[in-house]
Design a protein. Structure first.
Length: 127
């Protein structure tokens, strides 16, 4: 099992109700996506998919995550639009933020790690 981890050094956010990126020859309706970039050209895209109808299984489960691990490491994952704020908050407020891409693409993930306990935002208010 191959995987690659890289630190996110920058990101772009795209919002729009009619975006249709082409993923493996299929137009996928997304409400937002975040493009995360690493130091050596790595890229990880997070696509946010809405539910078609209330009380239905989330449509993000209908699209598989993708990973390519080589000199141009790239991956993507689909998540529900309800999780958009989680990812934006993580990118804006945590440092460092990491991506691990796995050849079993369902294991792709974004996370922060290695932070000291109690390092939260309250420390910046004490000064």
């Amino acid at each position: 099992m191959a995987s690659r981890t890289f630190q996110i050094l920058g990101y772009d956010i795209y919002l729009g109700s009619k975006m249709l990126p082409n993923i493996k020859g299929q137009s996928v309706p997304v409400q937002a996506y975040i493009k995360c970039d690493g130091k050596s050209g790595e890229q990880f895209d997070i696509f946010f998919i809405n539910q078609k109808r209330p009380l239905q299984q989330d449509d993000s489960d209908n699209y598989p995550n993708i990973t390519r691990i080589d000199n141009n490491t790239w991956g993507l994952m689909f998540v529900p639009t309800e999780q958009y704020a989680w990812y934006v908050d993580l990118l804006r407020n945590e440092d460092p933020v990491w991506v691990t891409l796995d050849d079993q693409a369902f294991l792709n993930r974004v996370y922060c790690a290695g932070e000291p306990v109690g390092e939260g935002e309250l420390g910046s208010l004490a000064g």
